[in-house]
Design a protein around this ligand. Structure first.
Ligand code: AHG
Ligand code: MN
Ligand code: MN
Length: 336
C-alpha cells in the first residue's frame, strides 16, 4: 500500500504551533483562524470577478436584484466583519479607510491590533491578473478598552505576525509569526488551506528585478545607474537580470520570495516616499522577507525601523534577496 500522504491544514498547523508555546493564550491563534476564513470569503468573490458582466458590474444591480459592490470595498468590509467580533482585537486600520476602525461597542476588546490592505493590485481586477490581501499584527500599547492610533503607529519591528493571501493560479496563505515563513495552498474542493511551502527561504541573490520602469525619467541618478547596471552583461554576476512586473505587489513579492531577486518601488523627485504604504504593504512584507532570510530597505534604512507618523504614510521600498538589496543601497547611497 502506498504510504499515506500527510495533510496538514492551516488550522491544524496553527494549533500545533500554539501547543509548542505553553504560555500562549490561544488568542493569537484565534486571530489567524479568523483571517483564514476572511481569506476564503474574499477568494470566493475574487474568483467570480470575471463573471461581472453576467452577474452585474459594480454599482449596478445583479440578476438577483442585489447591489453589486466593488471588489475592493467588498474585501475591506469582509475582512473587517470577519475580524470584529473575535474578542482578540482592540482596533483595526485598513488602506481603504482614512481613520482607524474601532471594534463595535458591544464586542469584547482584546490585546491585538490588525492592519490590512484588503485588496492589493486593484488596477488588475478587470484583466484577471493576480490579486492579494496583506495583513500585519501588533500587540496593543494602550492599556485597555478601545484601541488608539498609537496602537497602530508602531514600528514594523514590533509586529508579532504578518502575512498575505495571493489570489493567483492557486490561492495561497503565507504568514510568519516570527518562527519561519510558511505557505498554504487552498484546495478549493474541500475549502482548506493545505501546507505546501514550509519554512520558505529566499535565495541570497537572484537574477530578476521587478519595478515600474516607466518611471525611469523621474528617478534620481543613483536609481537610474542601479537599473542600468542590472541590464549590463556580465556572466559572473548573472547579468543582465530579467525584468518581471505584475503591478500587484503581492504577486511580485511572492515570486521574489520564491525565486530571489529584488522588488523596488523607489521614491522620485515628485513623490520622495514612493507609492507603497508603510503600514499595509512595507511593514508586513518586510517582516516576511527578513524571516525568510532576505532584507528590506528604504535605500537608506531598514524598513522595519522606520517610525510611522501617519496611518497612510508611504515608504520607498527595496525588498528581496540580501545581496540584491545591499547592492541597491550602495547605488542609492552614492557608494557606487
Ligand atoms: P493597491 O491596489 O492596494 O492600491 O496597491 C497597488 C500597488 C501595488 O500592489 C503595486 O506594486 C503598485 O501599486 C503598482 O503601482 P504602479 O502602477 O505605479 O506600478
Ligand atoms: Mn496595495
Ligand atoms: Mn489595496
Amino acid at each position: 500500500m502506498p504510504s499515506p500522504q500527510k495533510f496538514m491544514t492551516l488550522e491544524r498547523y496553527i494549533n500545533e504551533q500554539e501547543a509548542k508555546h505553553p504560555g500562549a493564550s490561544g488568542e493569537f491563534s484565534a486571530i489567524l483562524h479568523d483571517l483564514s476564513l476572511a481569506a476564503k470569503l474574499v477568494w470566493r468573490e475574487v474568483s467570480k470577478a470575471g463573471l461581472v458582466n453576467i452577474l452585474g458590474a459594480a454599482g449596478t444591480t445583479n440578476t438577483s436584484g442585489d447591489e453589486v459592490k466593488k471588489l475592493d470595498e467588498y474585501a475591506d468590509e469582509t475582512i473587517y466583519k470577519a475580524m470584529d467580533h473575535g474578542g482578540h482585537l482592540c482596533v483595526m486600520a485598513s488602506e481603504e479607510n482614512e481613520d482607524i476602525l474601532q471594534i463595535p461597542e458591544n464586542y469584547k476588546k482584546g490585546k491585538y491590533v490588525l492592519l490590512f490592505d484588503p485588496l492589493d493590485g486593484s488596477s488588475n481586477i478587470d484583466a484577471n491578473i493576480t490579486l492579494g490581501s496583506i495583513f500585519s499584527i501588533f500587540k496593543r500599547v494602550s492599556p485597555g478598552g478601545n484601541g488608539t492610533i498609537q496602537d497602530c503607529l508602531q514600528k514594523g519591528i514590533h509586529q508579532v505576525a504578518a502575512g498575505y493571501v495571493i489570489y493567483g493560479t492557486s490561492t495561497m496563505f503565507v504568514y510568519t509569526t516570527g518562527n519561519g515563513v510558511h505557505g498554504f495552498t487552498l484546495d478549493p474542493t474541500v475549502g482548506e488551506f493545505l501546507l505546501s511551502h514550509e519554512n520558505i527561504t529566499i535565495p541570497k541573490k537572484g537574477k530578476i528585478y521587478s519595478i515600474n520602469e516607466g518611471n525611469y525619467a523621474k528617478w534620481d541618478d543613483g536609481m537610474k545607474r542601479y537599473i542600468d547596471f542590472l541590464k549590463q552583461e556580465d556572466k559572473a554576476t548573472n547579468r543582465p537580470y530579467s525584468l518581471r512586473y505584475i503591478g500587484t505587489m503581492v504577486g511580485d513579492f511572492h515570486r521574489t520570495l520564491l525565486y530571489g531577486g529584488i522588488f523596488c518601488y523607489p521614491g522620485d523627485k515628485k513623490n520622495p516616499e514612493g507609492k507603497l504604504r508603510l503600514m499595509y504593504e512595507g511593514n508586513p512584507m518586510s517582516m516576511l522577507v527578513e524571516h525568510a532570510g532576505g532584507s528590506s530597505s528604504t535605500g537608506f534604512q531598514r524598513v522595519l525601523e522606520v517610525q510611522p507618523k501617519a496611518l497612510h504614510q508611504r515608504v520607498p521600498l527595496f525588498i528581496g534577496s540580501e545581496e540584491d538589496v545591499k547592492l541597491a543601497e550602495e547605488f542609492l547611497q552614492g557608494k557606487r
